[in-house]
Design a protein around this ligand. Sequence first.
Ligand code: HEC
Ligand SMILES: [Cu+2]
Length: 354
Amino acid sequence: MKRSLFAAVAFVLLVTACEGEVVPTATSVPSPTPTPTATPTLAPPTPTPDLVAALPSCGGDNPASLIQTPVPVTPSPAPTPTSTATPSGTPAPKPTATPTATPRPAPQVDRIGFPEGYREDFKQFFVFDRIDAKSVQYVCGNTVAASVKKGEPFPYGSILVFETWRPKEDASRNVILDANGHLIRQSLSAIFVMRKEQGFGEAYGPLRNGEWEYVAYRPDKTYQTKPENTASCASCHQAGAGKDNDWVFRTELFFTPSRYAQTDPFLKGTNEVGMSRMSFQPGTRTVKVGTTVRWTDSIIDGINHTATANDGTFNSGVLKPGQTFEFTFTAAGGFSYVCSLHPEQMRGTIVVTQ
Ligand code: HEC
Ligand SMILES: [Cu+2]
């Protein structure tokens, strides 16, 4: 029986997932251009000609997502490293993951390398607007990756690139939508890359995701997440996407004609908490005594979650995509909780005030 890699569950979570992840970067000066050390030879591309030919290039226009500022093509001078290590113009992402004291095993060298020329050479798989997270995501793959067959793992030599963009906002920091209700890309925040080669991934130990390795760059090609800090990438892709999806989220979008998706807009209310991108949105919610808080598991994401208080005050049980859970807080205090299915990635707090 063939595993339905892509059809199945899993897609989802998101970028902020990725962004929120911005890892305690060492304050050292980022090395200029990551040298792809010991880059294995790419497997010969075996694309399906019709499908692949029809895909726009990664940097190409997508009617679903306009761009209003030029893409920074030429690397700007390396930013002065700051303690937050945030690309200029980008507000510091909220930390999601709790810093782990002991570094977890991860590759010590970058065997991926900045994917030079990906805007021209890679194919655009899909565009994903995260209105809740104020992020536009472009997922692209090299021609080897683009040759993947629905329901099958990616071939060796596959490189996936995941760009996160900040969308255009008005003066009050509300996102501006285009005539089609889509976000408008404004500035590129980060470039997440994963690459699959024979023998890759061993360094992650128990967090190994098959033969994928991970790294994240800023637009100027310096590291956002160095190889040695990428255990968090492997951990989240393992927990959320999993083996049956070749550790890749949302591949089903690649096979949909529009190759576009938008998050469910359920996060607007002040008593609402979304469960998406392997995180609680927002991570901390402050309400008054007597308030009923409602958690909603994202339909788009397609992953089961729970909201489980650490002190036992509330427990949603397993929520399927689209399901909700409500709890009324009758006493003041701080209630920390986790998703019991993804306790490492998904932690939240409800602060109840008088
Ligand atoms: C908290 C969970 C989480 C963490 C941590 C995380 N990712 Fe992801 N990643 C996701 C989700 C979810 C998606 C799917 C995109 C979406 O739903 O918006 C994704 C998508 C991707 C993709 C596009 C291919 C795919 O799987 O859809 C790449 C490439 C990627 N991530 C690389 C990285 C790298 C590199 C890191 C570490 C620097 C990282 N990710 C850390 C959750 C995570
Ligand atoms: Cu969960």
